[in-house]
Design a binder for this molecule. Structure first.
Ligand SMILES: *[C@@H]1O[C@H](CO)[C@@H](O)[C@H](O)[C@H]1NC(C)=O
Length: 118
């Protein structure tokens, strides 16, 4: 009986240890340092890559995860809307995006990873 408990306990310790080793995705707060930078970067890249002249803005952050991979990979799901700036500024056409941003601050490098799930 006691032996069984010890085995289960070891199993949990190993699983947690492995999780750290491979650097799984963990939930982080939207206000954590680095998240806003990554998010602003992703949205400006998203605006550069879209083919129409309408500005896209975020209307809400649904969730943020991060993973340590020779730097930090942020996976950010945001509600977006396509604005109609050329007319009266009324927001229209809401949609949701999940951006993956890879940040390596020591190289001043940030990249928006594909695929962008929008
Ligand atoms: C994002 O959009 C979904 C679907 O429209 C909505 O249910 C959810 O409340 C929104 N979340 C945020 C944080 O804006």
């Amino acid at each position: 009986m006691i032996l069984k408990v010890v085995f289960i306990f070891l199993g949990v310790v190993c699983a947690v240890g492995l999780g750290r080793l491979v650097g799984g995705l963990t939930d982080v707060d939207v206000n954590e340092e680095g998240v806003q930078n990554a998010l602003n970067f992703a949205i400006s890249q998203h605006n550069l890559k879209t083919e129409d002249p309408f500005l896209r803005v975020k209307t809400g952050v649904v969730g943020v995860k991060k993973q340590i991979v020779s730097g930090i990979k942020y996976v950010i799901t945001v509600n977006m809307t396509k604005t109609n700036c050329m007319k009266d500024g009324t927001p229209e056409m809401p949609y949701q995006c999940t951006f993956s941003v890879w940040s390596r601050p020591w190289l001043s490098d940030m990249q928006l990873l594909e695929p962008r799930d929008c």
